[in-house]
Design a protein around this ligand. Structure first.
Ligand SMILES: Nc1ncnc2c1ncn2[C@@H]1O[C@H](COP(=O)(O)OP(=O)(O)OP(=O)(O)O)[C@@H](O)[C@H]1O
Length: 236
């Protein structure tokens, strides 16, 4: 099985406390992996560690066998949309994507392709400051896709999306995985994640569970949400 990303005993201290401790799991090709856990559990820290935005205190997080920052054209391998990756508000959505495409070093046709994909083509010439929350989220997903990556790392991608957007995202992620891509997706929307994830990691500073969605649901009598609460209660 081809592994796209790997956490090996990844730990990150924030001050004197571990935000993430001893996290180990893989993201295989063709799979959507859901990363879940309560607020402050360390999900964003783990995604930031994988994408070179924070240094591990110990252990390692790698993409395609090396540190994200060591990849020659990282955005053509791993598309990233994390919380706090703000867009210059005075730019139009299209201009922002053109800059992302140039930085990624991908084909310029990708700009119009991803604008269409996330259903923002009609809003491409609007300034980002005039975008709604959902439109900003769509633009963030488009930024992750503009390099035509093999893997996606998305922090709460369904946040702010309308029902059509949520449905589109679900279908898109399933097709992306079916074509051999992979996605690591953090989410609090367990019912939605249940429809899209193949594998699940439950994090609360340390790993509380990792396994297939089927294994997780079996622990909750067929429901990921029930399994989640059961696992969290068991950890206290
Ligand atoms: N830049 C930072 N400096 C210091 N502590 C931080 C920093 N970023 C996060 N933390 C701390 O690290 C811990 C994990 O935070 P993190 O944002 O990774 O959690 P999360 O699971 O993504 O939370 P949420 O679901 O609320 O987004 C928290 O205790 C948080 O206060």
């Amino acid at each position: 099985m081809t592994i796209h990303a790997s956490f090996k005993a990844f730990s990150k201290k924030r001050g004197s406390r571990f935000a993430v401790e001893d996290l180990t799991f893989d993201v295989p090709a063709g799979r959507v992996v859901g990363l879940i856990g309560p607020n402050g559990a360390g999900k964003s820290t783990a995604l930031a560690g994988l994408t070179g935005l924070v240094e591990a205190t110990s252990g390692r997080a790698t993409v395609f066998g090396c540190d994200y920052r060591a990849l020659p054209r990282p955005a053509t391998k791993v598309g990233v949309n994390l919380d706090g990756m703000d867009v210059e508000p005075g730019l139009t959505g299209r201009r922002h994507l053109q800059i992302c495409q140039l930085a990624a070093g991908s084909d310029k046709e990708n700009v119009e392709r991803v604008l269409g994909l996330v259903d923002l083509a009609a809003e491409g010439n609007k300034k980002v400051r005039d975008y709604s929350l959902g439109m900003r989220q769509r633009l963030g997903i488009a930024s992750a896709l503009v390099g035509s990556p093999e893997m996606l790392v998305l922090d709460e991608p369904a946040n702010g999306l309308d029902p059509q957007g949520v449905q589109w995202l679900r279908k898109f992620l399933r097709e992306f995985a079916a074509s051999g891509g992979s996605a690591l997706v953090s989410s609090h929307q367990l019912m939605e994640l249940e429809k899209v994830a193949d594998e699940v990691v439950i994090l609360k500073q340390k790993t509380l569970f990792r396994g297939t969605l089927k294994e997780a649901k079996a622990l909750g009598g067929g429901s990921l949400e029930s399994a989640y609460f059961k696992i969290l209660e068991g950890s206290q």
